[in-house]
Design a protein around this ligand. Structure first.
Ligand SMILES: *[C@@H]1O[C@H](CO)[C@@H](O)[C@H](O)[C@H]1NC(C)=O
Ligand SMILES: *[C@@H]1O[C@H](CO)[C@@H](O)[C@H](O)[C@H]1NC(C)=O
Ligand SMILES: *[C@@H]1O[C@H](CO)[C@@H](O)[C@H](O)[C@H]1NC(C)=O
Length: 422
């Protein structure tokens, strides 16, 4: 076995040296587990530092105790920039990838798998992690029955510059008895998470599909900040998509959520439908948010907005939280991110909603272009997974773009990209 299994309790001792530049990995993964939020079931830790996975005493898949498995992939590292020799050969890493896939398959519902990743990991490691990200979106495209990709049944994955934490979901292969047992655990977890933030109750008032269909509160409640203040000043919030298209006032317009849950923040909403916004102009003047008519596909309109609105209004011209709930067109999602992400404050959050549509298909053209295990670039979801190379490339030793990404997290249909505090 070329890879090791590490006990989280012994982590500090084992991981003494070599933290990523500018990011302290001491105490990982415990810190990432805390950021992840409440686990569905209590997680049991492994007690042995190094052993063969085949010998592990894995709990039954309906066990009420999840396993917390920590695997170390740090030996799979790309040579430094400027050093001779190409990237590590794939045959060195295939055994490791297969081992991780087997371990994942054996885990009981709601277990956590932590993968410690080196700075500048090899392409094979990035590809393995990308498959976990795609697995969080599979429920859209791979309904049972039928073969599932090698990595499936992932509810969520969350990565920081030291590694990733994935949560196993309830497998479709479970026996009915086990399935109901695991589902009951999940329902109790949902109820606990829903009580953790005011977002859910505010969003329900508008009957927005954010909560009536997508259940985004289960991510938002574990991630949204309580306040948007930036260095003591009122921070800025931006949502793309006002919802004018299917306009039914008092029902469809969820923009009113944000000024209530972020009192004092400056809330800006972008909408493409000019006649709709004009028709509402009198009513809009009384709202605690501003609506701007912008076509995000016409990227220069976004550049103007940054200069004319955010620069004078927001602390240092920077945004605290961005939510893209616009056209869900991959091309628009990527264009908007490339233009707006530079205006996010350090530690700021960028959410992309309804992203599952672009994971195994291209929403823009409805042409299936990506298959399980053969995910291809050209969709917004693939773009998000490509940010992994910047996340793990801290310091001057890599050419990867977006090295200021500090956290990448995906749940069914929604991803969060957080800027580091560097
Ligand atoms: C798990 O399933 C087995 C048989 O399918 C059952 O006997 C056992 O009671 C279940 N365990 C729990 C905790 O429900
Ligand atoms: C705007 O905020 C003020 C102060 O919190 C509040 O009194 C008012 O009702 C809000 N207006 C709307 C339309 O929600
Ligand atoms: C998506 O956006 C691109 C670029 O703006 C455009 O060419 C394409 O027609 C859009 N697709 C849909 C379905 O709106």
């Amino acid at each position: 076995m070329r890879w090791r299994l590490l006990d989280a309790c012994l982590y500090v001792a084992v991981f003494g040296g070599g933290p990523a530049v500018g990011y302290d990995c001491e105490g990982w993964p415990n810190r990432l587990v805390r950021r992840f939020g409440e686990p569905v079931i209590p997680v049991r830790r492994l007690l042995k530092v190094e052993r063969n996975l085949e010998d592990l005493d894995l709990p039954r898949r309906n066990s009420s105790r999840g396993l917390f498995l920590v695997l170390d992939l740090r030996h799979l590292q790309r040579p430094h920039r400027g050093s001779r020799g190409g990237p590590q050969r794939s045959e060195d890493t295939q055994g490791v990838t297969q081992g991780v896939i087997r371990a994942w398959a054996a885990l009981s519902a709601h277990s956590l798998l932590a993968l410690r990743v080196a700075e500048n990991p090899t392409d094979d490691v990035l590809e393995l992690l990308r498959r976990f990200f795609f697995a969080t979106q599979q429920r859209h495209w791979y309904k049972k029955p039928g073969p599932m990709p090698a990595i499936s049944d992932a509810d969520e994955i969350c990565c920081d510059p030291c590694g990733c934490l994935a949560q196993k979901s309830i497998s479709a292969e479970l026996q009915p008895h086990d399935y109901h047992y695991a589902a009951a655990n999940y329902l109790r977890w949902e109820a606990r998470v829903r009580g953790q933030h005011p977002f859910f109750s505010e969003a329900l008032k508008y009957q927005t599909d954010k909560v009536t269909y997508h259940r985004y509160e289960l991510l938002y409640h574990r991630t949204l900040p309580r306040s948007l203040d930036h260095e003591g000043q009122a921070g800025c919030f931006l949502e793309i998509g006002f919802g004018c298209v299917e306009f039914v006032r008092d029902v469809a317009l969820s923009a009113g959520i944000w000024p209530v849950i972020f009192p004092g923040a400056r809330v800006h909403i972008l909408e493409i439908d000019m006649p709709c916004v004009q028709k509402l102009s009198t009513w809009l003047r009384e709202q605690n948010y501003s609506v701007h008519v912008v076509d995000v596909g016409a990227v220069l309109e976004l550049e103007r907005l940054k200069h004319d609105v955010f620069r004078p209004e927001c602390p240092h011209g920077l945004l605290s939280v961005v939510v893209d709930d616009g056209s869900h067109n991959s091309s628009d999602l990527v264009t908007t991110f490339l233009s707006v992400y530079p205006s996010l404050k350090p530690g700021g959050q960028y959410y992309m909603e309804d992203l599952g549509l672009t994971s195994y298909n291209v929403y823009d053209s409805l042409e299936p272009m990506t298959t399980k295990g053969g995910e291809r670039p050209g969709t917004a979801f693939f773009f998000v997974t490509s940010l992994l190379s910047g996340l793990f490339a801290k310091g001057p030793r890599s050419y990867a773009p977006f090295q200021d990404v500090g956290l990448l997290r995906c749940w069914l249909n929604i991803c969060l990209i957080e800027k580091a505090f560097l």
